[in-house]
Design a protein around this ligand. Sequence first.
Ligand code: SF4
Ligand code: SF4
Length: 338
Amino acid sequence: MRKALLGNTGMEVSVIGLGGIRIQRVSQDEATRIILEAKNKGINFIDTAQAYTISEQYIGNALKEAGRENFYIATKSMSYDYESMRAAIERSLNTMQLNYIDLFQVHNVSRQEQMDSTFSENGALKALVEAKEKGLIKHIGITGHIREILMQAIEHEEFETVQFPFNPVESQGTELFKKALKKGMGTIAMKPMAGGAFTKQKLSLKYIMNSGLINVAIPGMDSVEQVIENASVGENTEPLTEKEHEELNREIEILGNDFCRRCGYCKPCPEGIDIPSVFLFEGYVTRYNLPEYGKSKYEALPVKATSCVRCRKCEKKCPYNLPIVDKLKHAVETFGNI
Ligand code: SF4
Ligand code: SF4
């Protein structure tokens, strides 16, 4: 497994890290197997979050078997003020049963008021700096989906890493990552598979590895097979071949730009519509030519897209500014035409 320095943090991380979001779907035993396999394959960076339900707990338990000393542990919290961030750090330490956390990130800073709060006199940053001075956390980072916000945030010297989406169909972070690298920050690619929309997993990771912008990509993994497959890309030092470039371009064309990354930030819909699933199932019809399969999945949803009352609460929360109401209408038409 290739390694890279995570900016100026001094951490030498595997170029493929383990994203902890999907691990919440499996059992503790399976999570432990996944982390043991990650260790076998040379993966030494795990990124999780308090928002990923039981993920921190699974990881903490698994580390007892896999050895805490074999990993750099990164987590994050959507706390933007001093008190809640102080409590969040304590909670993560307790949940994962750790004496220290290698990287603690402010999670999903997506609005100006969240950023202002983070940097205010009684903001989250103050709690992070204090925790670092006490040795409870080793490094401080920031994550988000809105480039303009993070561009401002990385001007603050306290941040040592930045985490942002990056994959063959989401290059909006290019300038951000370039700037971060220039400042000596570590760069972490989240959503390396465009939130599951990009299906050529190894190709996407190879593209990211060869971009020259990313220290570590963190695909979410919920099986041992995925660990083996993803890790194999980290062992490969070859650039993309001509054939792979063509395949990549074909995929990019199929996907287009106006797609849902399944981040779930639009949830909950007050009417109970599972918005990302509607778009995912529509994608089976429109992108992958699986109309019956897509429709059967959609039919199984308890609340259909027709229940939308156009309150637009979801649109205000979508970090990609997707016109969700219009897209739901489109999905209704797609399924109605099968
Ligand atoms: S606009 Fe429709 S989908 Fe969005 S939150 Fe309101 S009811 Fe739900
Ligand atoms: S509609 Fe927007 S907020 Fe909702 S899951 Fe898709 S990308 Fe995320």
